[in-house]
Design a protein around this ligand. Structure first.
Ligand code: ADP
Ligand code: ZN
Length: 514
């Protein structure tokens, strides 16, 4: 197959005159019959990399996709491009007909859910139909390292192994180096079959701030961004609450979206959002997959996302049209505290990975340097040190070495018995003869009054940062206890740096007249 032929077909089927990014590399491997793992960010055009070969190769491309809603979206757009496609799911009434068409070689694409792959009669069906390619969408689901492990994906390998001549194309938007290696191994794709696209989304401006008044902070964001936006909130209750408050505070159309709403309400809200040029959707992460709305101007997180992968994927829904867009995360120390508590419930095998993911997220939140650089390095790239389009690049925070102060804080937590909250620890460190402090004899401790008034404003942000990285952990009763890496800080073996928001830094300098 010549290159011109492929480009002609690209134009004939999709109306596009050129490939984007790594699409051509992926497509040419697939047309050559080589198994491939393509890691391409959301919006990079993954579907085309199997749909085009599906049209060009004789036989059917079997696509494994984890969500029925996602499959039906894909089906619609494939049919709109004149591709002979069908889905085979529990909700499809025309299953018999689809099976007949598949066996007769009348389909380019057949979408199935992974649970079907493990069924014996599906394997039998495959042996009686012409299959040209296995495309595995959301391939990170096969890995326990990934953030969305689905046991059904493990059935794919034995199924595909039964058809050794059929090449495999695994696709994912989100995979760190470890997950990538695992996906290759789990799906039987050679290591040289890995193709990774650039992850940079230069038109998205990243900003990460401490959450002190989410309604006010989001209202300000909405005033600055009149276009469509998504606000992710951690729970259904928070979604409802925020949607009400933001709607009241801004007068903008604001709708909620979460899995607890009736399907018809969800569908109606989603449709309204897609059609609107000003609507804000307050949603759980259930919202967004498979939604094609290129003009989303902002994505806000009202609490921390599950991981950097999740953050990248969710913020990636902003600005798919390439126009300037913003991604704002509002975080609180309690978000990290809760996430670390949840880690304890995760089973042993997955905990290491989950913890590493949380630590990586904490590092992104805490960094005083370029957010984009941290993000892209996480995805294995080698970005420049600064991007000029994130909060830290635009308004550089002060970076302070607070190792000594951190040791004082941890030591105060330790000496007071690891059960008091921030307020009490602060009083002890600042030397305040408060009743409770005196009653407990904490004014007799060596840490009493060892922090100067000048350093006092750093205490709260420092404690937050120590909580984010897990050096301080919450106790059941709202106190603070030492976490895993508190020891190395206490011993002075690792430095602690604190990024101080520019506004706060200026206020501090003003007070000192400096
Ligand atoms: P992904 O699955 O990677 O998130 P999609 O496959 O949904 O991305 O594609 C995102 C958008 O980019 C779609 O609207 C698609 O039509 C468009 N697109 C894909 N490839 C090209 C291309 N080569 N030229 C122009 N537009 C493209
Ligand atoms: Zn930057």
């Amino acid at each position: 197959m010549t290159e011109t032929h492929v480009l002609d077909q690209l134009h004939a089927t999709f109306g596009f005159s050129a490939f984007r990014g790594v699409q051509d590399q992926v497509v040419s491997r697939v047309l050559d019959g080589q198994s491939t793992l393509a890691v391409m960010p959301t919006g990079a055009g993954k579907s085309l990399t199997y749909q085009l070969p599906a049209v060009m190769l004789p036989g059917t491309c079997v696509v494994i996709s984890p969500l029925i809603a996602l499959m039906h979206d894909q089906l619609r757009s494939a049919l709109a491009n004149g591709i002979r496609a069908a889905t085979l799911t529990s909700v499809d009434a025309d299953r018999e007909q689809t099976i007949d068409r598949f066996r007769a070689g009348e389909l380019d694409l057949l979408y199935v859910a992974p649970e079907r792959a493990s069924q014996g009669h599906f394997r039998e069906l495959l042996s009686k139909a012409p299959v040209c390619l296995f495309a595995i969408d959301e391939a990170h689901c096969v890995s326990e390292w990934g953030h969305d492990f689905r046991p059904d994906y493990r059935a794919l390998r034995p199924l595909m192994d039964a058809f050794p001549d059929v090449p495999r194309l695994a696709l994912t938007a989100t995979a760190d180096a470890q997950t990538r290696a695992d996906v290759l191994a789990q799906l039987g794709i050679p290591a040289d079959g890995l193709i990774v696209a650039g992850f940079d989304r230069p038109n998205i401006r990243y900003a990460i701030r401490h959450r002190d008044n989410p309604v006010r902070q989001l209202t300000t964001l909405m005033a600055e961004q009149p276009g469509p936006g998504i606000v992710y909130a951690p729970t259904r209750k928070k979604v409802e609450e925020l949607a009400d408050k933001l709607s009241a505070a801004t007068g903008r159309p604001v709708l909620p979206y979460h899995a607890g709403l009736p399907p018809e309400v969800r569908a109606a809200n989603q449709a309204a959002f897609v059609a609107s040029e000003e609507m804000v959707m307050v949603a759980t992460v259930a919202f967004g997959m498979g939604i094609d709305k290129p003009d989303v101007r902002f994505v806000a997180h009202a609490g921390i996302p599950k991981s950097i992968e999740g953050y990248y994927q969710e913020t990636g829904r902003a600005g798919r049209d390439g126009d300037p867009s913003v991604a704002v995360m509002l975080w609180g120390a309690d978000d990290f505290a809760r996430a670390r508590m949840r880690l304890e419930e995760v089973d042993e095998t997955r905990r290491v990975g989950e913890r590493a993911r949380l630590d990586a997220l904490a590092a992104l939140v805490e960094t005083g340097s370029c957010r984009r650089a941290v993000l892209l390095r996480h995805f294995g790239e080698h970005p420049p040190e600064t991007c000029g389009n994130c909060d830290n690049c635009l308004d550089a925070p002060g970076i302070r070495d607070v190792t000594e102060l951190a040791r004082k804080v941890l030591s105060a937590v330790y000496r007071t018995g690891q059960s008091y909250g921030f307020g009490h620890i602060q009083k002890v460190l600042l030397g305040q003869h408060d009743d409770r402090v005196v009653q407990r004899g904490h004014d007799q401790l060596s840490v009493f009054g060892i922090v100067s008034a000048d350093e006092a404003p750093l205490l709260q942000p420092l404690v937050r940062a120590l909580q984010a990285r897990g050096s301080l952990l919450p106790t059941e009763h709202g106190g603070l206890a030492l976490g895993d890496d508190a020891r190395v800080i206490l011993k002075g073996e690792v430095p602690v740096m604190l990024a101080i928001a520019p506004k706060q830094e200026r206020a501090r300098k003003d007070r000192r007249g400096g």
